[in-house]
Design a protein around this ligand. Structure first.
Ligand SMILES: Nc1ncnc2c1ncn2[C@@H]1O[C@H](COP(=O)(O)OP(=O)(O)OP(=O)(O)O)[C@@H](O)[C@H]1O
Length: 509
């Protein structure tokens, strides 16, 4: 009955979503058999140790390369770790490989800086092989440095003197592909001279459901409006929502432009992706999709990775940290991500774990409460293996790809199936095995079972930590709690002092 109910609910409202291409009917495809692949890209892929395309990559390739390529916008719903990044990066790079004039033709938007950096790495591994360059607009460096990376200012000829009033050197894009977060993208659209989307051919909205949830300074309507061919009706309506310092120079023109030699501009092709793609018509309508084609995996709306094993672990609320430590110890030195429900609990739990004496693993926190530079440093150390346990808020939930993460632990039960899918998806990636453990209090069990039923491959066994791991921890746990108390007191008094100082300096000013 419950299963029937779930199935009913998962029938999409939008007609084009009801007859999707089922990615699970595709196999992997060796690069040698892939039609039309540019040999230079084949070499680049082999250098990345990729010898075949994953099913979603093959499915997208078939829809985008060859006759009728990119005729439709693509909506891709495919499990975590199934290789969605290369699924869009490879066809875009292949399609742009024949362009001889440099201008910004592909824009990939992601919700966070770390995700954007990760995606840029993938493009950078293949694009230079066909002479394309990739830029990043995420606010990692100063805006001036970013501008000098993105915009090419032709050098003035030596010996010729120009009146600066008369001479405006033609600014050009230094990049063919730009990976951006919405905030920095809007900064460039509004303020950067020479930054233009007028030649844009491809727009990728990765982690679509997350990006559609937050408006981020109206980045999406702005990008859609300025990439639409200018017509009579455009200007009046543009004024109604475009931010005031918005430069009309960035608007796509329908006339003759460099690189298009008299041909009309091609339609902007959109690719939107997620492991939990929204089916909500009002949300999808924001994307203004053209004759969209839906690619999804399996029958249910949510799919867990094939080789993921889910476990539930019952524990008393009072001893939850102790169960976590015992579980971590029983897992040996494998890389683990521990998810909590908030930035505050992340900090507290990490501090507590670091208060245990002689734990055989190194633990650090990763959360939105920290400065970006601290987070990036932690992520680097985790990737390298210098840290084995990362305690994280949901800042790590989506998209992050860290090699060797064997286990994910939900210290706090996720409230939504989407959160479970993305958290669990930090392991069992690219066809590897992995485990997801969820610590549950008695009163959470029913809710958790209901939540998991919404996903395909939802079996979840009970897991018990051997008592030999738990017993010896009781006394250590008491002293760790004492240390935690001291640390919290120290931190509170430090904060009070800095707060006091800053309010004083405020008075002085
Ligand atoms: N064809 C391939 N062969 C081998 N490894 C691959 C291939 N394609 C992708 N990978 C690897 O698979 C991993 C997952 O890829 P990716 O990050 O693109 O997944 P994803 O589907 O975007 O996941 P998420 O939904 O979590 O963002 C990466 O480590 C990537 O290097």
């Amino acid at each position: 009955m419950a299963a029937e109910e779930d199935k009913q609910k998962s029938i999409p409202v939008l007609p084009w979503m009801r007859s999707p291409i089922d990615v699970s009917s595709f196999d992997e495809c060796p690069l040698t058999l892939l039609p039309c692949l540019d040999p230079r890209l084949k070499v680049a892929l082999e250098n990345m140790e990729i010898s075949s395309l994953f099913p979603v990559q093959l499915a997208v390739w078939q829809e985008t390369i060859g006759p009728g390529s990119f005729e439709r916008d693509l909506c891709i719903n495919s499990p975590t770790g199934s290789g969605k990044t290369l699924a869009y990066a490879l066809p875009i790079v292949q399609m742009l490989s024949t362009r001889s004039v440099k201008c910004l033709r592909a824009l990939v938007v992601l919700p966070t800086r770390d995700l954007a950096l990760q995606v840029k790495e993938v493009f950078s591994a293949i694009a230079p092989a066909v002479g394309l360059s990739v830029g990043l607009a995420v606010g990692q460096s100063s805006i001036a440095d970013e501008i000098s990376e993105l915009i090419n200012r032709p050098k003035l000829q030596l010996g010729v003197s120009f009146d600066p009033e008369d001479f405006l050197p033609e600014l050009q894009s230094s990049v063919d592909i730009l990976v951006a977060t919405p905030g920095r993208l809007m900064d460039h659209i509004n303020n950067t001279k020479g930054f233009t989307l007028e030649h844009l051919c491809y727009l990728v909205v990765d982690e679509t459901d997350r990006l559609l949830r937050e408006a981020y300074q109206s980045w999406l309507p702005t990008v859609l409006q300025i990439t639409r061919a200018k017509d009579e009706s455009f200007l009046p309506c543009a004024q109604t929502f475009l931010p005031s310092p918005f430069s009309l120079k960035t608007i796509r023109r329908s006339g003759l432009e460099r690189g298009f030699k008299g041909k009309p501009y091609p339609r902007l092709v959109k690719m939107v992706l997620s492991a939990t793609l929204t089916q909500d018509p009002s949300k999808l309508s924001q994307l203004d999709l053209h004759h969209p084609l839906f690619l999804t995996t399996g029958q249910k709306r949510y799919q867990l990775p094939e080789k993921l094993q889910s476990y539930k672990l019952f524990c008393e609320s009072k001893y939850k940290p102790l169960y976590l430590v015992a579980l971590l110890q029983s897992l040996g030195e494998e890389k683990c991500i521990v998810f909590t429900s908030s930035v505050e609990s992340t900090h507290r739990l990490c501090t507590l774990l670091n208060s245990f004496d002689n734990l055989p693993f190194k633990t650090k926190e990763y959360s939105g409460l920290q400065r970006q530079s601290v987070r990036s440093k932690t992520l680097k150390a985790f990737r390298k293996g210098d840290i084995q346990v990362l305690v994280s808020s949901d800042a790590m939930t989506r998209g992050m790809d860290v090699e060797g993460v064997r286990n994910v632990i939900n210290y706090d039960m996720p409230a939504y199936i989407k959160t479970y899918i993305h958290r669990a998806g930090r392991t069992a990636r690219a066809g590897q095995t992995g485990c997801c453990f969820t610590l549950l209090r008695e009163d959470e069990v029913k809710r958790f079972n209901k939540l998991l039923r919404k996903a395909e491959n939802n079996s979840c066994s009970k897991y018990s930590v051997p008592s030999s791991y738990i017993e010896p921890l009781h006394s250590v746990y008491e002293s760790a709690l004492e240390k935690l108390k001291e640390t919290v007191e120290m931190e509170t008094s430090r904060k009070r002092k800095t707060g006091f100082k800053s309010s004083l300096s405020g008075e002085r000013k």
